[in-house]
Design a protein around this ligand. Structure first.
Ligand code: FES
Length: 221
């Protein structure tokens, strides 16, 4: 029988960290370029725990876990992202054999780029079965969940993820990237409201995003 403490969840503290409960596996992943596309390689091994607090302000000396520094730096963690559901925010781009939903939430992780072009270009050429498959990969690998590939019968194509969290690093750009939350982990705002539960979201961990709590690539600036 499962208890609340077994259920994965992320609670955002006011002007403070993300409190992760429910034994959510945590790992570090590094974005690497291979030709014109991108892959992950494993980073450092991270400690596992039933509960842990991930830094949201970007000032923790540890870089991953909150060390309380948010109180010293006067972090303003006000959540500013739209709370409308993805389906209402996303625009539909129609291709010949595949459609693409796009809500514009970009973390510049670059997984939307493949050898033969971007998710958008590949969708336009989706009457070619190989390019259609590439378009699906380009959409599905986006950690922000910005892009979703949709079959013409309306079926949304999502990768299957167990609940887990990947701390992303982007050494090619000399920065830490966001917190990739996978597998439909509920995220509760500091005000108690639940965000729409999604299979993929990228949370800000530099403290600079203007669409908190989500990453908007401002770690690159
Ligand atoms: S949120 Fe606590 S140190 Fe960054």
């Amino acid at each position: 029988m499962s208890s609340d403490s077994d259920t994965p969840k992320i609670k955002i503290l006011p002007n403070g960290p993300y409190v992760v409960t429910g034994n959510v596996p945590l790992r570090e992943r590094i974005i690497v370029q291979k030709g014109k596309h991108y892959e992950y390689k494993d980073g450092r091994e991270l400690p596992q725990a039933e509960e842990y607090q991930l830094c949201r302000c970007g000032k923790s000396k540890d870089r991953i876990f909150c060390d309380g520094r948010h109180t010293q730096v006067g972090f303003d963690g006000t959540e500013t992202a739209s709370r409308k559901p993805y389906a209402e925010r996303a625009e539909k781009i129609e291709g010949p054999a595949l459609d693409l939903l796009d809500d514009g939430r970009c973390g510049l992780a670059r997984f939307c780029h493949r050898e033969e072009g971007s998710a958008w270009k590949l969708t336009e050429k989706s009457d070619n079965p190989e390019l259609k498959q590439e378009a699906v990969i380009a959409a599905s690998e986006c950690p922000t969940g910005r892009l979703v590939a949709v079959e013409k019968d309306g079926t949304q194509l999502e990768p299957v993820y167990e609940p887990s969290i990947d701390i992303l690093r982007d050494p090619a750009k000399g920065v830490n990237s966001g917190i990739f939350v996978k597998g439909n982990i509920p995220i509760e705002s500091a005000d108690g409201e639940l965000y729409e539960v999604r299979n993929r979201v990228l949370l800000c961990r530099c403290g600079k995003s203007i669409t908190k709590p989500f990453c908007d690539a401002l770690h690159l600036i």
